[in-house]
Design a protein around this ligand. Structure first.
Ligand SMILES: NCC(=O)CCC(=O)O
Ligand SMILES: [Mg+2]
Length: 332
C-alpha cells in the first residue's frame, strides 16, 4: 500500500495517548521547584494590592504568618522576603538595612517562629533602603563598588542573625559574594547559604516590582553600570565563574523568560544549582493577558514554568508559586 511511502519512525506514536505522553515526558515541575517572593510592609492588619501585579499583595508583619501559611500548606519549600521600606527611614547609604529590627528582620523572625522548616531567603542589596533607589552608595554620581560591599556584608550578617537561611545578594557589585561569605563564616554562620543573583540584567521587566516596593519614582537614571547588558551572554559565564569561586552555593539568572538561553548555558557549563527569577514584569505581562481573556490562565502559568525546567533550572522564584502549587496538587 501507499503506506510504504511513509517513514517507519513516527514521533507522533509517543504522543498517541495520555499514558504514553506521561511515560516519555522529559521534564516535570514539582512543588519543590517553587520559591514564593513576598512583600512585607509597615502598619497593622495591612493587605495592600499592587496595581501593576494583580493578585500580589503587600502584607504587614502581623499578617505575614497567615500569608505564608498558604505556601507552607501547599508544600512550597521557601519564600523570599522583600520589604517595603517607608521613605522616612530611607537615606543615602541605606542605614536601615543594618537595623536588627528592620522590616525584613521582623518578618524573618516572625516567619521562622511559626514555620521553622520553611526556607527563608533574604535579598541583600541597598535599593529598598536608599532614598535614591540605587543598590549601592553614590559619590559624584558613581555607584561605589567596594564601599557598597562593606555595607552589604553587614546587611547579610544582620539577616542571618534574624534567621534567614539563604542570603541572596541582588546588588551586582563585584566581590560581594566573597565578602559576604567571609563575614558569615567569621560569625558562625558557615551553613547559611548564598544564592547569588549572578546574571542580573538591567531590565525593563522590573517595573512593577519597583511599584510594589515604592522605589520606582525614587530612582534617578538607570542601573546599567552594575546590572548586565541584555545583549550579553558570554559575560554571564564570567559572572558565574566568579561567584562560584567566591563561594556562591546557588546561581540565579534574572529576569527569567527572556533569558532562558542564559540559564541553559549556565547549566551546561557549570552544572551547579541554578535558579531563575520570573520577575514582576513577566508576571504582569501574563496576568494582563490572562485578565483580558487573551490567554488561558492555568495552561499559561504552567507552560511558562516548565520552560524553566527545560532550560535547566532547579527552581524558580515566581509570583505564580501558589497558583502553580495548587495546580500541581489538583493534577494528582
Ligand atoms: N531584587 C529583587 C528584584 O529586583 C525583583 C524584580 C522583579 O520581580 O521585578
Ligand atoms: Mg558579579
Amino acid at each position: 500500500m501507499s503506506n510504504a511511502a511513509y517513514p517507519l519512525s513516527r514521533p507522533r506514536r509517543n504522543r498517541h495517548d495520555a499514558f504514553t505522553r506521561r511515560l516519555v515526558q522529559e521534564h516535570r515541575l514539582h512543588v519543590d521547584n517553587l520559591i514564593w517572593p513576598i512583600f512585607v510592609c509597615e502598619g497593622e492588619n495591612q493587605r495592600q494590592k499592587v496595581d501593576s501585579m494583580p493578585g500580589a499583595e503587600r502584607v504587614s508583619v502581623d499578617n505575614v504568618v497567615e500569608h505564608v501559611r498558604q505556601a507552607v500548606d501547599l508544600g512550597i519549600p521557601a519564600v523570599a522576603i522583600f520589604p517595603v521600606t517607608p521613605m522616612s527611614v530611607r537615606d543615602a547609604t541605606g542605614t536601615e538595612a543594618l537595623n536588627p529590627d528592620n522590616l525584613m528582620c521582623r518578618a524573618s523572625r516572625t516567619i521562622k517562629d511559626a514555620f521553622p522548616d520553611l526556607g527563608i531567603i533574604g535579598d541583600v542589596a541597598l535599593d529598598p533602603y536608599t532614598d535614591h533607589g540605587h543598590d549601592g552608595v553614590i559619590e559624584n554620581g558613581r555607584i561605589l563598588n567596594d564601599a557598597s560591599v562593606e555595607i552589604l556584608r553587614q546587611q547579610a550578617l544582620n539577616q542571618a542573625r534574624a534567621g534567614n537561611d539563604i542570603i541572596a545578594p541582588s546588588d551586582m557589585m563585584d566581590g560581594r559574594v566573597k565578602a559576604i561569605r567571609e563575614t558569615l563564616d567569621g560569625n558562625g554562620y558557615d551553613t547559611t547559604r548564598i544564592m547569588a543573583y549572578t546574571a542580573k540584567y538591567a531590565s525593563a521587566f522590573y517595573g512593577p516590582f519597583r511599584d510594589a516596593l515604592g522605589s520606582g519614582s525614587l530612582l534617578h537614571g538607570d542601573k546599567k553600570t552594575y546590572q548586565m547588558d541584555p545583549a550579553n551572554s558570554d559575560e554571564a559565564m564570567r559572572e558565574v565563574e566568579q561567584d562560584l569561586r567566591e563561594g556562591a552555593d546557588m546561581i540565579m539568572v534574572k529576569p527569567g523568560m527572556p533569558y532562558l538561553d542564559i540559564i541553559r548555558r549556565v547549566r551546561e557549563r557549570f552544572e551547579v544549582p541554578t535558579f531563575a527569577y520570573q520577575v514582576s514584569g513577566e508576571y504582569a505581562m501574563l496576568m494582563g493577558a490572562i485578565q483580558n481573556g487573551w490567554l488561558d490562565r492555568d495552561r499559561t502559568i504552567m507552560e511558562s514554568l516548565i520552560a524553566f525546567k527545560r532550560a535547566g533550572c532547579n527552581g524558580i522564584l515566581t509570583y505564580f508559586a501558589l497558583d502553580a502549587a495548587r495546580l500541581l496538587r489538583d493534577e494528582r
